[in-house]
Ligand binder design. Structure first.
Ligand SMILES: [Zn+2]
Length: 160
C-alpha cells in the first residue's frame, strides 16, 4: 500500500472547495444533496491524479435517503464550468449520506459509472452528521474502493 501511494496521492482537494461541499451537505439536512467536483487532471511521472479546486452544487432529485442525478444538470454545469473555470474540468461528484456513513451504494456505483467513466474521476461521500468524508473510485467490475486523499491550501499567486 505504501509503495503504491508513494510520491503522489490520487486526490488532492483544496480546503475551501471541501468546506464549500460540506456546508452544502449541512444545509441540506436531513436530505441528501449532490454536487460536482471541479479541478484539474495532473500527472506526476506515470501517475494520474486530480486536484479539486472548487465544488458546484448540483440539481438533483432528492428524498431523505436517495439521491439521483438530474441528467440535464451535467450539461448545464459543464457549460458553467467552461465559462467560469476555463482551465478546469469536472473531476467527479460529491453527495451526502446524512448519518449513515461513507460508502458507495449500488445506486451510487451506477451513477458514477454512467456519469463519470474516466479512471481519474472520483466520488466524494460526506456524512455531515458524523463529520466524515471519503473519496472513492469505481473499478470496471462495479467494485468500489476508498482512495487516499489530502487536503491542501491554495498556493500563493492564485487569487480567486
Ligand atoms: Zn450515496
Amino acid at each position: 500500500m505504501r509503495g503504491e501511494e508513494a510520491g503522489v496521492l490520487p486526490v488532492y482537494v483544496e480546503l475551501e472547495a471541501l468546506v464549500k461541499a460540506v456546508r452544502h451537505c449541512r444545509e441540506g439536512l436531513p436530505y441528501e444533496v449532490i454536487g460536482f467536483l471541479i479541478g484539474e487532471r495532473l500527472r506526476w511521472r506515470d501517475k494520474l491524479y486530480v486536484l479539486i479546486t472548487d465544488t458546484v452544487r448540483g440539481r438533483s432529485v432528492q428524498t431523505r435517503t436517495y439521491v439521483e442525478f438530474d441528467q440535464d444538470a451535467l450539461a448545464e454545469v459543464a457549460g458553467l464550468i467552461r465559462e467560469e473555470h476555463p482551465d478546469a474540468e469536472i473531476v467527479g461528484w460529491y453527495h451526502s449520506h446524512p448519518g449513515y456513513g461513507c460508502f458507495m451504494s449500488p445506486t451510487d456505483i451506477r451513477s458514477h459509472t454512467t456519469c463519470f467513466p474516466y479512471p481519474h474521476q472520483v466520488a466524494l461521500v460526506i456524512d455531515p452528521v458524523r463529520g466524515e468524508a471519503s473519496f472513492f473510485k469505481v473499478d470496471g467490475e462495479g467494485d468500489y474502493r476508498t482512495v487516499p486523499s489530502a487536503v491542501v491550501r491554495r498556493t500563493r499567486g492564485q487569487d480567486r
